[in-house]
Design a protein around this ligand. Structure first.
Ligand code: NAD
Ligand code: MG
Length: 396
């Protein structure tokens, strides 16, 4: 019998990380938790280490390594620190599969390390691909890595496209891909009301329990903007081949339309364990702990067009894709700063997209040929965004 696959979970204490561990633990003969990482929640990481007994655990700082050691003792788990630790577990010769579930730009370098080491990558960390699409896809290609989408929409599209997809829309008779979007907690909130929504309201998603950053992204619909760019790189889809459709129930996870008029959709309960299990076991199917979809109980599924006026983030996503170069990295970095400021109550909700647009207007889109180009653009955009947050706060 084959030995279990060694899984490294980057961002193990997060929403996706914990769901990954839940699915993997249902199949101990298939998967072994080889490495875990966490940024802040050391107590939770200690618990996960005791449960899964990974070979490695990665923490952000030396002091946390001491705290974790005190909790789990000298045992089966070696503790590594910081970015070098993340790169080490992502590219370790015994790692078979990397779940990229760190949130934001912090996930880029370790996920790229996994691509360069030719690993099977389960990509939840969409920001990495948004920032460095061409570099990332080339690293996957050149090193024989396998990239499997975990984002529910992209996982759905992957399931609806023909097998061995190479990005040839015309040759495969594919007309377009349709990304569904729940519309978030403010789907029906007026522009006037959006000015006073709180971080707590923004983080209460109608269908999904997620980390705070992606919850705010769902509320602004920047999440969908990032997903448009993600779909471009994953599937080779041009901007005009990517459509966004509001679907409040989050049951149709996305669709592919073919030249003959057929539309193939993937449906399921809104539970990230489904796409995680699909990617973990691909091309096989395994139990994920997700119950059957009861369409008769749901009764109906609704669809409508997105409102680009209340949700200008969508427009910014298409703009960054059209500009190319460092523009998506600029968009992403400005968003991370603006979302952080909103969560800290230093910026009103509509200020998030205003800051991003100002940063995009100021920062030129440069060619992003190397990782250094991307990281420079990221740093410059953060600086510029922080400045805009400050001047907006001063005016308020
Ligand atoms: P989360 O906030 O719940 O978890 C984030 C994880 O990343 C934690 O383990 C944290 O310790 C780690 N982390 C945060 N900052 C870090 C840093 N600077 N260095 C190293 N590690 C760091 O987030 P989440 O909801 O699990 O989302 C993770 C990723 O998956 C995001 O890119 C998100 O867009 C994507 N995603 C999430 C969902 C979902 O349902 N939660 C769905 C689709 C895609
Ligand atoms: Mg998604």
């Amino acid at each position: 019998m084959k030995r279990p696959q060694n899984i490294a979970v980057l961002g193990a204490t997060g929403s996706i990380g914990l769901s990954t561990l839940d699915v993997a633990a249902r199949h101990p003969l298939r998967f072994r938790i080889f490495a875990l990482s966490a940024n802040e929640r050391i107590d939770e990481l200690a618990g996960l280490c005791q449960l899964h007994k990974p070979r490695y655990a990665v923490v952000a700082r030396a002091a946390q390594a001491d705290a974790l050691r005190a909790r789990i003792g000298e045992g089966a788990t070696e503790i590594l620190v910081g970015a070098p630790g993340l790169e080490q577990i992502a590219s370790h010769p015994e790692t078979d599969c990397v779940m990229a579930a760190i949130v934001g730009a912090a996930g880029l370098v370790p996920t790229l390390a996994a691509a360069r080491a030719g690993k099977k990558i389960l990509l939840a960390n969409k920001e990495a691909l948004v920032m460095a699409g061409p570099i990332f896809m080339e690293a996957v290609r050149a090193n024989g890595a396998t990239l499997l989408p975990v984002d529910s929409e992209h996982n759905a599209i992957f399931q609806c496209l023909p097998g061995s997809w190479s990005g040839d829309f015309a040759g495969n008779g594919v007309r377009r891909v349709v990304l569904t979007a729940s519309g978030g907690p403010f789907r029906e909130t007026s522009l006037a009301q959006l000015k006073s929504v709180s971080p707590e309201e923004a983080c209460t998603h109608p269908n999904w329990v997620m980390g705070r950053k992606i919850s705010v992204d769902s509320a602004t619909m920047m999440n969908k903007a990032l997903e448009i760019i993600e779909a471009h790189w994953l599937f080779g889809a041009a901007a005009e081949q990517i459509e966004v459709l509001i679907h409040p129930q989050s049951v149709v996870h996305s669709m592919v339309e073919y030249a003959d008029g057929s539309v193939i959709a993937q449906l399921g309960n809104p539970d990230m364990r489904t796409p995680i299990a699909h990617a973990l076991a691909y091309p096989e199917r395994i139990e994920a702990g997700v119950g059957s979809l009861d369409l008769s109980r749901l009764g109906k599924l609704d669809f409508s067009e997105p409102d680009f006026e209340r949700f200008p983030a969508l427009r910014l996503g298409y703009r960054a894709l059209a500009e190319g170069g460092t523009s998506p990295a600029t968009l992403n970095a400005a968003n991370e700063i603006a979302v952080g400021a909103f969560l800290d109550r230093r910026l009103p909700f509509p200020g998030i997209t205003m800051v991003i647009e100002s940063v995009m207007n100021e920062m030129p889109s440069l060619p992003s040929a190397t990782l250094a180009d991307v990281l420079n653009a990221d740093a410059a955009a953060r600086h510029c965004a922080a400045h805009h947050v400050g001047s907006m706060a001063a005016r308020a």
